[in-house]
Design a protein around this ligand. Structure first.
Ligand code: PLP
Length: 407
């Protein structure tokens, strides 16, 4: 049986073209495996490939190549921003700084802020979200004060796909900043789930920091990309937390993952080049899934129907708390929350923040499509969902391992 993958928000397979671009960097005979820090030809070839990769990424974001930092993950990139900005400010020892964020950020942001808060290094304001999962710009604006050094609001949420009004948030923060010292608060956005469908351009949306993850964009796992505005590094408003050989212009020590970086740069470029077409195609797939389901069973969207990234659909299917497991047994892989949340078997705090009760959260799944999803797969997944829900209603859900052991 062909297993259908509908969990592209958790990770994506590597695009063949990306794999091909990476391959020579593993092979001795190609002479590209050198350490980019070495002065000989092997090292310099690797360095030059990395320089090209940096330029390739910068171009898609309309950034300067000096503004791109490669890390081991988006999690590390967000840690670098949050810890690095706090560290610089704290050295001045003036006041306890404040970070303004939202209650639906990925754990890469939320846990880092929570840790610093527990250590007494920061205060935090967690902006609430509407029923659709949207942050209120006014709440962000109202939370800003003279101690606020960083605002971190994600571009699109990983569980619901809801897109945040990031341009308006940036405007509000910049207006506040300009009315004060012109330096703080800095603005960070986790754009990991947004990049594949949103035209992200740092000249148009003037964030100071942006994080991306290659493995959500058909690139390799283990590569994160940080956009850090020249203005911020030139003014020394951020300091690294991984120290050592001073790679990545001192921002992130450790021998660079050259193959991964080169592959990621192509992954980013292909995503940007094919974004418009893919966004429409994925929207048609997720819309078709929802519309077919709604005709046959009771189902509702968690999050915004309109303001969502086209590849993610979070569905409340009443009456079925093990739909994710049942679908997997039936050959369809979906998620019952974010990958991290699943590992810890916690209830989704994102849906919780949107006002969903425990029952609704337990009865919700996340479906996410991608470059290799076909209409045929969506049709089969739709049929499976309908069949499982109908069998459950009739009380014939003998396929479900969880229920079988319970009864
Ligand atoms: N931010 C968001 C919105 C994500 O969805 C993820 C991954 O699930 C991350 C950050 C973390 O990315 P990485 O796996 O590269 O650390």
């Amino acid at each position: 049986m062909h297993h259908i993958y509908l969990d592209y928000a958790a990770t994506t397979p590597i695009d063949k073209r990306v794999g091909k671009a990476m391959n020579p960097f593993f092979i001795y005979k190609k002479g590209l495996f050198g350490n980019p820090g070495s002065l000989h030809t092997f090292g310099q070839k690797a360095l030059s490939a990395m320089d090209e990769a940096r330029k390739r990424v910068a171009k898609t974001l309309t950034a300067n190549h000096s503004e791109i930092v490669f890390t081991s993950s988006a999690t590390e990139a967000s840690n670098l921003v949050i810890r690095g900005v706090v560290e610089v400010f704290s050295k001045k020892g003036e006041v306890i700084p404040k970070i303004v964020t939202s209650s639906i950020e990925h754990p890469a942001v939320l846990e880092t802020i929570q840790t610093l808060k527990k250590e007494g290094k920061i205060k935090a304001h967690y902006c609430s979200v509407s029923e659709e999962g949207i942050v209120d710009v006014n709440e962000v604006r109202d939370a800003l004060d003279e101690t606020t050094i960083l605002v971190s609001i994600m571009w699109a949420n990983n569980e619901t796909g809801t897109i945040q009004p990031i341009d308006k948030i940036v405007d509000a923060v910049r207006t506040f900043r300009e009315s004060r010292d012109g330096v703080y608060p800095l603005i960070h956005s986790d754009a990991v789930q947004a990049f594949s469908t949103q035209d992200i351009n740092v000249v148009r949306t003037q964030v100071d920091f942006l994080t991306l993850s290659a493995h959500k964009l058909y690139g390799p796992k283990g590569v994160g990309i940080l956009y850090c505005a020249d203005n911020v590094s030139q003014k020394n408003l951020i300091t690294p937390f991984i120290t050592g050989g001073g790679q990545e212009d001192g921002m992130r020590s450790g021998t660079e993952n050259v193959a991964g970086i080169v592959g990621s740069s192509y992954a980013v470029q292909y995503c940007a080049d094919e974004r418009e077409k893919e966004t429409k195609r994925m929207r048609a797939l997720t819309d078709s899934l929802y519309q077919s389901l709604v005709k046959e069973i009771k189902v509702e969207i968690n999050g915004s129907q309109k303001q969502r990234t086209s590849h993610i659909l979070n569905l409340f299917v009443p009456g079925h708390d093990t739909l994710g497991t049942a679908l997997d047994v039936a050959g369809v892989a979906v998620s019952s929350g974010s990958a991290c949340a699943q590992r810890r078997a916690k209830l989704s705090y994102v849906l919780g923040a949107m006002g969903c009760d425990e029952q609704r959260i337990r009865h919700s799944i996340r479906v996410s499509v991608g470059r290799y999803t076909t209409q045929k797969e969506i049709d089969r997944a739709t049929q499976q969902i309908i069949m499982i829900v109908r069998n459950k209603t009739k009380g014939t859900d003998i396929w479900c391992p969880d229920k079988a052991t319970q009864s």
